[in-house]
Design a protein around this ligand. Structure first.
Ligand SMILES: Nc1ncnc2c1ncn2[C@@H]1O[C@H](COP(=O)(O)OP(=O)(O)O)[C@@H](O)[C@H]1O
Ligand SMILES: [Mg+2]
Length: 282
């Protein structure tokens, strides 16, 4: 069952360097969120705190209203899955099948259940035929699929992807985006960090922007990308489609009804509808 994830006033420092400053967020089951912000803003550190690899210095994490204490922190590893930016930092086993088995075995599941979950994850990520291969000799896209399968086999409710498209070729990036959308459509909570505004714009329903360890903006993609100061502070760009659509509105080509398309296909559909409508009424 999807769960609600809340963090209240979290701070975290590596040695003496404050990296997260008093962050509070509430994430509902099934949300589809992009986290943006310059390199070093604290995105990866936030994610590591969310899935229990790191423990906040101050502040609390709640799952479905239950406060996570040191002694039940393992629950975070199970419920919140994190796909690392670098598959090589995540993958530890010497072949793909034992890599994907690692999480379920660690959770103490019986052998049959481990086999079932690994088979499912292999099939979901189209990794049939790769099971006996050594992960270090796979391509970047294949490694990414293995690192996602790792998390799927844990049956986590909240899936976090740290810069999932970075270093992938366009076809692998596209495949990854499709997987993310499919997982979201199945009801899981999805959180992905990215520097790619065009991806964030079409993918996310909500964007959280971080700057120097703080959340500086949290809203719909349209709200976020309408704020030039946020765009500047976070080192992000305005999505191409939003810029083009604003141009079309200014030229009176697109309607100014506050409805913005989020994909090229949607833009074409909206324009076609508008002009076909005009043609048929003439
Ligand atoms: N293991 C670590 N030890 C010390 N400092 C770190 C470590 N990991 C990250 N940092 C520092 O914490 C800050 C935030 O890093 P990070 O969370 O990786 O940001 P982002 O993912 O947004 O690029 C950076 O200044 C980075 O240098
Ligand atoms: Mg990072």
């Amino acid at each position: 069952m999807p769960c609600k994830l809340e963090i209240k006033n979290i701070s975290f420092a590596y040695e003496n360097k404050n990296v997260l400053r008093n962050i509070s967020l509430s994430i509902d089951p099934g949300e589809k969120i992009a986290v943006m912000g310059a390199n070093g803003a604290g995105k990866s550190t936030l994610f590591l705190n969310l899935n229990g690899v790191l423990t906040p210095d101050t502040g609390d994490i709640y799952l479905d209203g239950i406060r996570i204490l040191k002694k039940n922190r393992k629950i975070l590893n199970k419920k919140v899955g994190l796909v690392f930016q670098e598959a090589d930092s995540q993958i530890i086993a010497s072949n793909v099948r034992s890599e994907i088995s690692f999480g379920p075995i660690n959770m103490g599941l019986d052998r049959q259940e481990v086999i079932k979950r690994v088979d499912e994850a292999v099939s979901y990520m189209s990794l049939e035929g790769f099971e006996n291969r050594a992960p270090q000799y796979l391509s970047g896209g294949e490694k990414k699929r293995v690192s996602i399968a790792d998390i799927l086999a844990m049956h986590s409710d909240v899936l976090i992807f740290d810069e999932p498209m970075t270093a992938l070729d366009p076809v692998s990036a596209n495949d990854t985006e499709e997987i993310l959308n499919k997982l979201s459509a199945e009801g899981r909570t999805l959180i992905a960090s990215t520097h790619d505004s065009d991806f964030a714009y079409r993918f996310a329903k909500r964007i959280i922007v971080m700057c120097e360890g703080e959340v500086i903006a949290d809203g719909t993609p349209y709200e976020i990308f309408s704020q030039p100061d946020v765009i500047k502070k976070a080192h992000i760009k305005k999505p191409v489609l939003m810029t083009v659509w604003e141009g079309l509105i200014n030229l009176d080509i697109a309607g100014n009804d506050g409805k913005y398309p989020v994909t090229e296909a949607e833009a074409l559909e909206m324009l076609t509808l508008k002009y076909k409508g005009k043609e048929s009424s003439q």
